[in-house]
Ligand binder design. Structure first.
Ligand code: FAD
Length: 453
């Protein structure tokens, strides 16, 4: 049956769900199409299951390092089957909550994959792409199909895992090679290492976390090395040989080693394959869909948000784009997004979090003579009785001409929680003088931000 909707949302992830719910609250007739579980990358195979794994890994590490407090344990065992199953149960619960919320708002849910027929009609097809389940038409379309992991094109890659596969495993391996140096690679390296898995991380470049402040990435590099992650820089995987119970890896440098499994975390790209967007003649920006400030494509009734557009590919950004889209087109509110102070975190161990400009970006923009850097590095009190060589780092980047704090960076325990709050101050234009006149909360790590001279 053909139905005409005010809004057809393709993809029930962070952005699509936010847009569909907000538009329906304004009274629009909305449908959402999803080929997988409701929730998208963040809920099903990203932020949420990953953070639950981080809690598990950090708990194990803390228990193993608790002797200094007089706490001893006879034997600590870890059942990865139990953990993975618990995470899947939680993910299913959250997916169900989203489903209920959509139903309460009378949003029609179509299970299947959206494929454009033309710019006003969309087929909902089965996973094998053979059958059309229904054809729907709408006034506006919102493309929120997210991203997908990239894999290397070398023989043997078919045996690799991507981040998607990790959460579907029955149990975790004993050893793993992680290829990549971005936030997903570093997070999984820390998670697995702290769960007692032998981790080798391989990078083409000579540093972790391209785009983050160098002081932060260098601090993480040192900590990961000292906590047992084997890091290999400036090298590439050229050959993979499958053996009975493990894989042999051969690198460009000639180095050889083996591991039970390997994970590609070398980046992500928009997941547009099944959409037939060629039919729409959308203007592209490389692999991303080009949009204007209202997330509108060159086809005036077609919009795109989230990981398919060239903006920071993060859940809160996708959600805000979805809400702003609905506010503008169904709520009659003229709103736009401020992309200037987007906080980012790496849930490594310890965490990295950052908001505003890195030292390098500030130097490039204003000249190093116009920038003042404040930083301090120290052993956190929580590690006093632990036998680990740890340091946390706090850093401020200040514009000398107006005293504004334009970058706030942290490596250490609870960085993400602290930087979320700092981002409010930075987006309000806080000055270094205002940081200095703020009373410290003692004893904390973040009090150093208001006592740095
Ligand atoms: P998604 O959430 O990916 O949703 C897209 C949905 O569209 C999916 O459900 C997909 O099945 C569906 N779909 C695709 N094609 C079609 C089609 N043709 N028809 C119908 N449905 C379709 N971000 C953070 O902010 N913090 C984090 O800590 C964080 N951790 C991450 C960890 C990992 C391992 C990964 C992979 C990502 C992480 N992210 C994190 C990024 C975050 O998950 C994404 O930026 C966010 O989910 C993007 O939302 P989206 O709406 O664009 O797409």
């Amino acid at each position: 049956m053909n139905k005409k909707f005010d809004l057809i949302v393709i993809g029930a992830g962070s952005g699509g769900l936010a847009a569909a719910k907000r538009a329906a609250k304004y009274g629009a007739k909305v449908c959402i199409i999803e080929g997988d579980k409701i929730g998208g990358t963040c809920v099903i195979r990203g932020c949420v299951p990953k953070k639950l794994m981080v809690y598990a890994a950090n708990s194990r590490k803390n228990i193993l390092n608790s002797n200094g407090y007089g706490l001893t344990h006879e034997q600590l065992s870890f059942d990865s089957k139990y953990l993975l199953k618990s995470i899947r149960n939680e993910v299913d619960r959250l997916s169900e909550l989203h489903l209920n919320a959509l139903e309460k708002l009378n949003i029609s849910i179509f299970k299947g994959w959206g494929r454009f027929k033309n710019k006003n009609e969309l087929d909902v097809i089965t996973s094998d792409k053979k059958n059309i389940l229904k054809t729907i038409s709408g006034e506006k379309f919102l493309i929120s199909v997210g991203g997908k992991p990239i894999k290397l094109n070398i023989p043997g890659s078919e045996f690799s895992w991507s981040s998607n596969d990790i959460f579907e495993l029955e149990k975790l391996p004993k050893s793993i090679l992680i290829i990549g140096g971005g936030y997903i690679a570093c997070e999984f390296a820390c998670i697995f290492n702290n769960l007692g898995i032998h981790v080798t991380q391989l990078l083409r470049s000579n540093n972790l976390l391209n785009g983050f402040d160098l002081d932060l990435s260098s601090s993480l590099k040192e900590t990961m090395k000292s906590s047992g992650v084997r890091l290999i820089f400036n090298d590439e995987l050229i050959k993979i040989q499958k053996k009975e119970e493990f894989f042999d890896f051969i690198l460009n440098s000639g180095q050889k080693f083996n591991a039970e499994s390997f994970l590609y975390a070398i980046g992500r790209e928009p997941n547009l394959d099944s959409l037939n967007i060629q039919e729409l003649k959308l203007k592209m920006n490389g692999k991303f869909i080009e949009v204007n400030e209202f997330n509108q494509t060159n086809q005036s009734n077609i919009f795109a948000i989230g990981d398919v557009v060239d903006r920071p590919n993060l859940t809160p950004v996708a959600i805000e784009q979805g809400r702003v889209f609905a506010d503008n087109f169904y709520g009659n509110l003229k709103r736009s997004i401020n992309f200037e102070y987007i906080p980012k975190a790496v849930f490594s161990n310890p965490e990295i979090a950052t908001v505003g400009l890195t030292e390098k970006e500030a130097n490039n923009l204003y000249g190093s003579e116009n920038i003042k850097i404040f930083k301090c590095k120290f052993k956190p009190m929580s590690d006093t009785f632990k036998n680990i060589n740890s340091k946390c780092l706090l850093k401020l980047v200040v514009n000398k001409s107006n005293d504004k704090v334009i970058g706030c960076h942290m490596f250490g325990e609870s960085s993400a929680e602290i930087i979320q709050m700092a981002s409010i101050a930075l987006s309000m234009g806080v000055t270094k003088k205002q940081f200095d006149s703020t009373m410290a909360l003692h004893p904390t790590i973040s009090e150093e931000y208001v006592t740095m001279y």
